[in-house]
Ligand binder design. Structure first.
Ligand code: ADP
Ligand code: MG
Length: 656
């Protein structure tokens, strides 16, 4: 039969208002898995306010095999088939993500206007049978991908579609409303186990099922249970500890039964591991007489609740049949909203608010405990370290870590980093007061924590700054001392142990004894070893990483002259070349200092000394050395104070 004959029979024509070829461009490869393809059809059933969707998988991969998706939704009138189904991109532009379905006010899943073609991902032929809820019209049509493809987009009206049956409006037939999509001439290369298929399907529509009256059957079997798929972290009332249990609560399996104003309320609230992606599926739904009467909500509680982040993880149901038995029409099943102003409803609402507040609080502390347990497990590695803290301190640190663990908005990684930092900070004797504060805080919000951390940064800066100031005072003291008299050898010895006195740069340097042979060799070759002027000097070798620092402190009372400088220059070069020829050596940089009470005030020597600095060799007198050290330490202080320019304590440190 040709299209023309078909159309003539019904006196009606259906057209795809696009070239069939467009379908190839719609990204059907996305739908080449049967789950993805069928999921689009199930989504359409949801959007069409269906209560039930029945998926029948092909029994085998024979030519006659079919996959069908049958829903009892609103169906489509003939006009709708044309205007919506066969109109690619119908109404897309203006559609908002907040659009709700006609009757059940569900959040619409459709958007792109191509879902109906998803069937072509796995089938060559797609047949639609639909009965309109509004007028009982019955329309059956078929789309053949090969035909659509071969059709040139010749006329403006588009490609004609095979209309198989059209039955006009019929009041009786209205009751049979719904749509069946039959996928034929399947292009599947292997058959899916119904169980596996159901599991994947469940993963996509699980919450739609539990949060609304929407049932999906695969080969007449319901989808697998929630727990298997979305890991539940806490389920109440099962999770209650004795002291948390509301009085009068009875358990029935996973459900709790309570009596509110003489009416039975059956409930179960689960918190999932991860936030529930779709906002409209979060919350507690209410059922009465087996029907959903209220889509998921939070008992009209508004913000500022302790543990309110838990709302993203919640999916729960309560059953109150009494709501359905009231004379007053307090449930509007189509709208799925209860009239909460009604006296009975408002009692239930208040009860629900109480429970919800409590559960959100419990969710938060339970999660905190969980995290703490994880942390404790990690802490076993530190147990010796923690043990050394003493029991009172250990308790403080643990309490502080628990507080931080309870901050809902911290990710696991952020939390672990913080916990680690807190332990280390405590061990290093820093930030005790801060960690104490955290431990004492009854509740800690992310904002407060950020405040405390900013404080921590200031405190770290302050601590460092205080240390810097102490050092500055010490250097200053030394400088005053040499301004008046020569530096005794004992002081030089002291400097060798505290090289930061020379400059903050050398703070991390430690005495290096591994290169003694090289040094001795350079000393004798440069003549320093036998030079009388160098007798009574202090030599010092320090290192940090690949960097070697050699310091020569001249005998007190000596003026540095050309000869000293030359020998020193040679000495440093000898060390460098010796180290370089020693291939196993780790040092790549050698810096030299020669320090005397005074420098000979000759211009040519001063010029030489400046030139040597480019070569990482420094000749200077004690006052200059200490002035340099002081100004560098002061710069350091200014930098520290800059960590928080507003902080009075830091400002105070540089002021005096
Ligand atoms: N099972 C169905 N029941 C009723 N109407 C449907 C069904 N499937 C599709 N439709 C209609 O066809 C339109 C196009 O569907 P689709 O291509 O999936 O795009 P979208 O879902 O983005 O709107 C839908 O908006 C709807 O009006
Ligand atoms: Mg769709």
């Amino acid at each position: 039969m040709t299209n023309a004959i078909r159309s003539a029979e019904h006196g009606r024509v259906l057209r795809l208002n696009y070239s069939g070829r467009i379908i190839d461009h719609l990204g059907l490869q996305m739908y080449q898995s049967p789950v993805a393809a069928v999921a689009e059809l199930v989504a359409n059933a949801w959007d069409a306010d269906a209560d039930n969707v029945k998926i029948t998988l092909p029994a085998g991969l024979t030519k006659a095999a079919e996959l069908t998706v049958k829903d009892d939704g609103n169906g489509m009138s003939f006009t709708e088939c044309q205007a919506r189904f066969l109109n690619v991109g119908y109404g897309r532009r203006g559609r908002k993500s907040t659009e709700l379905s006609k009757r059940k006010k569900r959040r619409i899943l459709g958007r792109k206007g191509i879902g109906k073609f998803a069937g072509f991902g796995i089938a060559k032929l797609v047949r639609i049978e639909t009965i309109s809820r509004e007028n009982g019209e019955r329309t059956v049509f078929e789309m053949d991908i090969l035909k659509l493809r071969s059709d040139e987009y010749v006329n403006r009206e588009g490609t004609e579609i095979d209309l198989i049956t059209y039955d006009g409006p019929d009041e009786l037939r209205q009751r049979e409303h719904g749509t069946t999509v039959r996928l034929k001439q399947l292009t599947l290369s292997q058959r899916r186990e119904p169980k596996t298929f159901a599991r994947s399907m469940a993963r996509r529509f699980l919450l739609h099922q539990t949060a609304a009256d929407f049932n999906i059957l695969v080969n007449d079997e319901p989808l697998p249970d929630a727990d298997e798929l979305l890991p539940v972290q806490f389920s109440f009332p099962v999770e209650y500890r004795t002291e948390e249990r509301p009085s009068g609560l009875e358990l029935s399996g996973e459900w709790g039964i309570e009596v509110v104003r003489g009416k039975h309320v059956k409930w179960r609230v689960r918190f999932y591991h991860d936030p529930i992606g779709e906002e409209e599926l979060r919350g507690i739904s209410v059922f009465a007489g087996g029907k959903m009467v209220q889509t998921p909500f939070f008992f009209n509680l508004s913000g500022g609740l302790p543990g309110q982040h838990g709302q993203q993880y919640i999916s729960g149901q309560i059953q109150v049949d009494a709501l359905d038995e009231q004379k007053a029409d307090l449930v509007a099943p189509e709208r799925q909203r209860v009239d909460w102003d009604h006296p009975l409803a408002s009692q239930i609402e208040r009860w629900g608010q109480d429970r919800l507040r409590q559960l959100l609080r419990l969710w938060r502390s339970r999660r905190g405990e969980k995290r703490e347990q994880q942390l404790q497990a990690r802490l076993t590695g530190f147990s010796a370290r923690l043990g050394r803290l003493g029991s009172r301190e250990e308790r403080t640190v643990t309490r502080a870590i628990r507080r931080v663990a309870q901050i809902d908005t911290l990710s696991q990684t952020q939390f672990e980093d913080l916990g680690e930092a807190m332990l280390t900070a405590w061990e290093q004797g820093r930030l005790h007061d801060l960690i104490d504060d955290i431990a004492q805080a009854e509740e800690l919000s992310a904002d407060q924590l950020v405040g405390l951390l900013a404080e921590a940064q200031v405190l770290t800066a302050l601590n460092t700054a205080e240390a810097v100031r102490t050092k500055l005072l010490t250097v200053g003291g030394l400088k005053r001392r040499i301004d008046h008299q020569e530096l005794e050898n004992a002081v030089r010895d002291y400097i060798s142990e505290h090289p930061w006195l020379v400059s903050p740069k050398w703070e991390t340097f430690a005495i290096e004894s591994g290169v003694k042979a090289v040094i001795d060799n350079a000393l004798s070759e440069s003549g320093i070893a036998v030079d009388n002027d160098f007798k009574g000097r202090v030599d010092l070798t320090l290192s940090s990483g690949e960097h070697l620092l050699v310091l020569e402190f001249m005998r007190p009372g000596l003026k540095l002259d050309w000869d000293h400088v030359n020998r020193f220059d040679r000495y440093v070069r000898l060390i460098r070349t010796n180290l370089r020829s020693n291939t196993g050596g780790t040092f790549r940089r050698v810096t030299g200092y020669i320090v005397a009470d005074q420098l000979q005030g000759k211009a040519d020597l001063a010029d030489r000394i400046v030139a040597m600095e480019n070569d990482d060799m420094f000749a200077l007198d004690w006052p200059t050395l200490f002035s340099n050290a002081i100004s560098q330490w002061q710069d350091f202080l200014v930098i520290l104070a800059g960590r928080d320019p507003q902080d009075e304590r830091l400002k105070g440190l540089i002021a005096d």
